[in-house]
Design a protein around this ligand. Structure first.
Ligand code: ZN
Length: 150
């Protein structure tokens, strides 16, 4: 685990400095805004969903390194995924960062998202890491109002 830590840290830094899929999407059919008042992270999420598949997903916003990297890695992970795969993945991710399970299972399913496994040691950062995912849930419900991680 600690062998991975440096690599995880590098991946988070890389995604926070050069976020993937960071742009607005004028023809999105789902959209939501998220705000983490604890840290000040702001996020707008855009999705294009066709026949139950996330054809495209992007975000814009300003936030700390963790929230930006999380949005970047989430969009990268979810592009091309079926909608029914989103909730199980979010559940695994949330259990990992919130530390509600002793042992992280389904490492294969989490893939690159494992870089956030260290967040569980910093409870104040959990909301930074999960902001993109909470905003995603709002976007999938087509809820246009700003979600709060409170
Ligand atoms: Zn933050």
């Amino acid at each position: 685990m600690s062998d991975h830590r440096e690599l995880y840290q590098e991946t988070i830094l890389d995604h926070s400095r050069s976020p993937r899929n960071k742009h607005a999407m004028p023809d999105a059919n789902h959209h939501a805004d998220g705000y983490n008042r604890l840290c000040g992270d702001k996020l707008s999420l855009y999705l294009k969903i066709e026949n139950g598949v996330i054809e495209d997903i992007s975000f814009i916003g300003e936030g700390c390194a963790i929230s930006t990297a999380s949005a970047s890695l989430m969009t990268e992970t979810l592009k091309g995924k079926r909608l029914e795969d989103v909730s199980p993945l979010f559940e695994k991710f949330h259990n990992m960062v919130a530390g509600s399970v002793e042992k992280i299972d389904d490492e294969e399913m989490l893939g690159k998202l494992l870089v956030f496994s260290g967040v569980r040691e910093f409870p104040v950062r959990v909301k930074c890491a999960t902001l993109a995912w909470h905003t995603l849930q709002a976007a999938l419900k087509d809820n246009s109002k700003t979600v709060s991680t409170e």
